[in-house]
Design a protein around this ligand. Structure first.
Ligand code: GLN
Length: 446
């Protein structure tokens, strides 16, 4: 009731939610009460959570903030949703995002933009902007987002909450509407690192329904938070501290470095020489995969269908009316990059660059235990500030995208306020499967 009351009062201005499900939430909460009274002990019993609206929820519409799925009601739960429910969590509703998770500000939602709770004239980041704003404004206790190129970490940074993208494969993608399958990963947005560990413990682990999920069981993340961080070697990524990084973010992040030294960590500079090509490679690979994944929305199998004289006209009208401008731009980019004659020059080249970036990380992790860089070059920007310039918008993810290309775990931790006003996130990156180490360091710094 506490959360539903806050949503009713505050969400008309913030617009973090696309769908709120008060009746289901109250009955799930009553059920949780009964189980508590009966002495049941479940990790998330009664915990009210929100889910990004590109994660399938049985019987609750899942729109991807797109007209093409506006009325799509999945007949099944994503694995993560199934596991949240089994752990006793209470679903409050579905949160806003950039259409099909393509964007960095939640302004690409076909319904409405979400606002940043710290300053209503600013964006919450994206694409998981609704999930980040909901946690920041206390409209849920925790939420789930998805991160293909930064969509958990960048909004977490803009909204001053913890956002964690686990190692690729740690969390099942079954039931996550695919954007770029080799990059997509679900993760928690929470108020504390311990909360993130708790939620990850529940949603993560092997799943037969996702062939890319890691077969080995997860470590005990909460236990791992206790590991000492003294003597840890931390690498500051040189390429991330050059031009392009705003002074206000730099000074907050540098203060966090001093705090880390006080914790007994050893800081040194490291280089990721191919990082400068990450954005270019990503904007070939992600659209290429998206153009293939989004081919299924043809008016026959899912959601919206436009009228047409024949099948071809129906396809064309459905897709031109159903998708928004950014999604169309990605489909065109991706289709072009995969076309005969261009494939070698674009997609294959980008895949090779991806390998170089992965190797850069491997080399760096021979020297250090974890890497540090800002989550985003600037704090939250104003609504409308970048909507006319896609390239400016894409630059917002320059520090997060390399991590997806390499499949590594990355966490954004709020470490201070830029000029005393807007939150700044420090990004902690670990080697593959070192999710527990990332969480431990962030926990000690928090
Ligand atoms: N902003 C990036 C994009 O638009 C990343 C999105 C994401 O992580 N889902 O593709």
């Amino acid at each position: 009731r506490y959360y539903l009351e806050r949503i009713e009062r505050l969400d008309p201005r913030l617009r973090a939610y696309i769908t709120v499900t008060p009746d289901q939430a109250l009955s799930a909460a009553r059920e949780a009460d009964r189980r508590l009274a009966a002495g049941e002990d479940l990790p998330l019993l009664g915990l009210p959570v929100a889910i990004k609206d590109n994660i399938c929820t049985r019987g609750i519409r899942t729109t991807c903030a797109s007209k093409i799925l506006e009325n799509f009601v999945p007949p099944y739960d994503a694995t993560v949703v199934e596991r949240l429910k089994a752990a006793g969590a209470v679903l409050l509703g579905k949160t806003n995002l950039d259409e099909f998770a393509m964007g960095s500000s939640t302004e690409n939602s076909t319904f409405f933009p979400t606002r940043n709770p710290w300053d209503l004239e600013r964006v919450p980041g994206g694409s998981s902007g609704g999930s980040a704003a909901a946690v920041a404004a206390d409209l849920c206790a925790a939420s789930l987002g998805s991160d293909t190129g930064g969509s958990i970490r960048q909004p977490a940074s803009f909204c001053g909450v913890v956002g964690f993208k686990p190692t690729y494969g740690r969390v099942s993608r079954y039931g996550l509407v695919a954007f770029a399958s080799s990059l997509d990963q679900i993760g928690p947005l929470t108020r504390t690192v311990a909360d993130a560990a708790l939620v990850l413990q529940v949603i993560g682990g092997p799943d037969e329904r996702d062939s890319t999920s890691w077969p080995e069981p997860q470590p005990d993340y909460l236990e791992a938070l206790k590991a000492p961080v003294e003597g840890m070697k931390l690498g500051l990524v040189r390429e991330a501290f050059g031009e392009g990084l705003s002074e206000e973010v730099r000074s907050v992040v540098e203060e966090a470095f001093r705090a880390l030294k006080d914790l007994g960590c050893e800081l040194r500079e490291v280089s990721l020489p191919h990082m400068e090509y990450a954005l270019a490679a990503y904007y070939i690979i992600a659209p290429a995969e998206a153009s293939s994944n989004l081919a299924r929305y043809d008016g026959v199998k899912y959601g919206f269908r436009a009228e047409g004289r024949d099948l071809l006209e129906m396809y064309k009208k459905t897709r031109s009316e159903g998708f928004g401008p950014e999604v169309k731009r990605r489909i065109m980019l991706g289709t072009y990059a995969l076309s005969a004659g261009y494939y070698e020059a674009f997609y294959r080249k980008a895949s090779q660059v991806r390998t170089l970036i992965r190797r850069d990380f491997e080399v760096a992790f021979r020297e250090v235990d974890l890497l540090l860089l800002p989550a985003s070059p600037t704090p939250a920007f104003r609504l409308g500030e970048k909507t006319d310039d896609p390239l400016q918008m894409y630059l917002s993810d320059i520090y997060t995208i390399p991590v997806n290309l390499a499949g590594l775990p990355g966490l954004s931790l709020p470490v201070g306020l830029a000029e005393g006003k807007l939150p700044v996130g420090l990004q902690v990156i670990g080697p593959q499967l070192a999710d527990d180490r990332v969480l431990a360091l962030a926990h000690h710094l928090e």
